[in-house]
Design a protein around this ligand. Structure first.
Ligand code: CO
Length: 175
C-alpha cells in the first residue's frame, strides 16, 4: 500500500472520462488500497481513481469520517440511479486545495456499483453521503465541482485557479 500524490486542477487526467473496470485482478485490489490509504492520509471524505493518476471507474468514500459505522467503501463502475431533492452546501476538492464554493446537489441519491468481488450492490445516501457520492462520480466523468458554479463565480476564481496551477508546476520542478 502506498500514499500517492493527488493530481491538482490543471492536470488533464482530471478532465478525462474514466474507463469501466472490466476485470477485477490484483492491480485493482492494489489500486483500491492505495486510494483508501491516500484518502485517509489527507482526511478526505472521498477520492476518485483519476485523482491519483488512474483513469478507471473507481471511487472510495470515507464512511467513518461521515460518522457511519462502516469501513471505507469502495465502488467500482458506480452509476447514479436516482436523485431526489436539492441542497446547497459548501464543497471543496482535494484536487483544488483552498477553494470552497456553495454547490447545489441532490439531497438524496441511489447509486449502483460493484464491490471488489464483482458483486452488484445499490446504496442509498442522503445529506453529506449523497454529496460525496455525486462529487466523486463527477470526477469519473471529468467533471469538477467548479463546473457547477456560475460563470461569474468562476471568473472571480480565475486568479486562485491560476495560482493553484503555478504551485503544482513549482512542485514538479522541485521534485
Ligand atoms: Co474532488
Amino acid at each position: 500500500m502506498s500514499i500517492i500524490s493527488i493530481r491538482l486542477y490543471g492536470d488533464s487526467i482530471l478532465r478525462q472520462k474514466a474507463s469501466a473496470v472490466k476485470v477485477i485482478d490484483k492491480s485493482i485490489d492494489l489500486l483500491a488500497e492505495d486510494l483508501i490509504e491516500t484518502m485517509l492520509s489527507v482526511k478526505g471524505l472521498g477520492l476518485a481513481a483519476p485523482q491519483i493518476g488512474y483513469c478507471l471507474s473507481m471511487v472510495v468514500v470515507n464512511l467513518p469520517a461521515l460518522n457511519l459505522d462502516e469501513p471505507p467503501l469502495i465502488l467500482l463502475n458506480p452509476q447514479v440511479i436516482s436523485e431526489q431533492g436539492e441542497k446547497v452546501y459548501e464543497e471543496g476538492c482535494l484536487s483544488l486545495p483552498g477553494i470552497f464554493e456553495e454547490i447545489k446537489r441532490a439531497e438524496k441519491v441511489v447509486v449502483w456499483a460493484r464491490n471488489l468481488k464483482g458483486e452488484e450492490f445499490s446504496l442509498e445516501g442522503d445529506g453529506l453521503l449523497s454529496r460525496v457520492l455525486l462529487h466523486e462520480i463527477d470526477h469519473l466523468n471529468g467533471v469538477l465541482f467548479i463546473d457547477r458554479i456560475s460563470s461569474l463565480r468562476r471568473r472571480l476564481l480565475r486568479k486562485k485557479l491560476k495560482n493553484l496551477k503555478r504551485v503544482e508546476e513549482k512542485d514538479e520542478h522541485i521534485l
